[in-house]
Design a protein around this ligand. Structure first.
Ligand code: ATP
Ligand code: MG
Length: 352
């Protein structure tokens, strides 16, 4: 298969970890007879330095024409002046919006060898394999923001269509997994949540009779996610609840450096990035954990290119690297830790 992949290294450790992910994608292409063409473009602080814009027109154009986009991370202290006219994060928000990416998928599958890094007890983590599907384009983050004389307000809005499409995405995903979706809302209090629950019930009931849908209130979800994470398969929720629950869920895996994400829309172009940021404190030292970026490349193969076997091969290789004790400094203490390059080589070695 031929595929055009745009790589947006971004800032901080972004270039280091995307370089690792591209090396792994090249190895997969060689082994499985695919032709992947990589085009590197600017975004974030690197783009501001070079062009004055966080998302240059040329980058956006190339992303629109690509099959998939692999992103590192954006931002850093150099561009964090609140008075600056352009900020790196604007590049990320702009590209998500321009590509119509409304569903953010964050799979969480704690690896036995890395469980020691999680604050949750290992017996609760064994067998955990869940995906949070967070709505990315609506809700209180995008509603009108107002200051009045005596206070402030943020409007929370959802349309039926916005709810339908993300619930559909979650149900399709559940079909490829254990067929179980939990929809999270606050329907006892919020009108948008009552609409969410109505639409989710109708979509799942009429279009996905083979998928089981349950509803859960967000406050109880926050508790159960830590108390019985094994019971969840696909969790679908609105923007802000998803933001909070995905950070909580990341603690199940133990390190930011292990978790990938996929942002998907109706079109074929998806955006794949590790959930961690640009980690300016460790940038340029060759010690960043590349696994989250490498696992994001696996999601790219699965969701944008339909290469399930190849995606699985990458995930298995990361698993084997962890089993072999190849830990970067975020996972291992002191002098047993390896650098980005050695961790990447361990994955390449185990790649089938
Ligand atoms: P952002 O606002 O961009 O999400 P953040 O404030 O959440 O960024 P990160 O950049 O994710 O912060 O970094 C948080 C901490 O985790 C830092 O100490 C950083 O060094 C560490 N960290 C993040 N990613 C990795 C990684 N891949 N490998 C090792 N450590 C990491
Ligand atoms: Mg962050």
């Amino acid at each position: 298969m031929h595929a055009e992949i745009v790589v947006l290294p971004g800032d901080g450790i972004g270039p280091e970890v995307t370089h690792a992910a591209v090396q792994v994608l090249r190895a997969v292409a060689r082994r499985h007879g695919h032709a992947f063409a990589f085009t590197q473009c600017l975004i974030g602080g690197a783009a501001i330095d070079a062009t004055g814009q966080a998302l240059p027109e040329d980058t956006l154009q190339r992303c629109r024409e690509a099959d998939a986009v692999l992103l590192g991370a954006v931002g850093g202290p150099k561009w964090s002046d609140p008075k600056a006219p352009v900020r790196p994060e604007q590049g990320l928000l702009a590209i998500r919006k321009a590509l119509g990416l409304y569903a953010n998928l964050r799979p969480v599958k704690p690896h036995p060898a890395a469980m020691g890094a999680s604050p949750i007890k290992p017996h609760l983590l064994t067998g955990v394999d869940l995906v949070v599907v967070r709505e990315l384009t609506g809700g209180v983050y995008f509603g009108q923001k107002t200051r009045t004389g005596s206070g402030a307000s943020d409007l929370c809005e959802y349309t039926i269509e916005e709810i339908e499409r993300v619930v559909r995405r979650a149900c399709h995903l559940a079909r490829t997994r254990r067929g179980h979706v939990v929809s999270v809302d606050k329907a006892n209090v919020l009108e948008t949540s009552r609409l969410w629950r109505e639409v989710a019930t109708r979509v799942a009931g009429s279009e996905f009779p083979d998928v089981t849908l349950e509803h859960q209130l967000v406050d109880s979800m926050a508790m159960h996610l830590l108390a019985r994470p094994r019971d969840y398969d696909v969790i679908v929720t609105e923007n802000m609840f998803g933001d909070i629950l995905t950070d909580e869920a990341s603690m199940l895996a133990g390190s930011l450096g292990l978790l990938p994400s996929a942002s998907l829309g109706e079109g074929r172009v998806g955006l794949y990035e590790p959930i961690h940021g640009s980690a300016p404190d460790i940038a340029g030292r060759g010690i960043a954990n590349p696994y989250a970026a490498i696992l994001s490349a696996a999601l790219l193969l699965r969701h944008s290119l339909g290469l399930e076997d190849e995606a699985g091969a990458i995930e298995l290789a990361v698993s084997h690297a962890l089993d072999a004790g190849t830990f970067t400094a975020d996972l291992a203490a002191g002098d047993t830790a390896v650098g980005t390059r050695a961790a990447t080589e361990a994955v390449l070695e185990h790649l089938l």
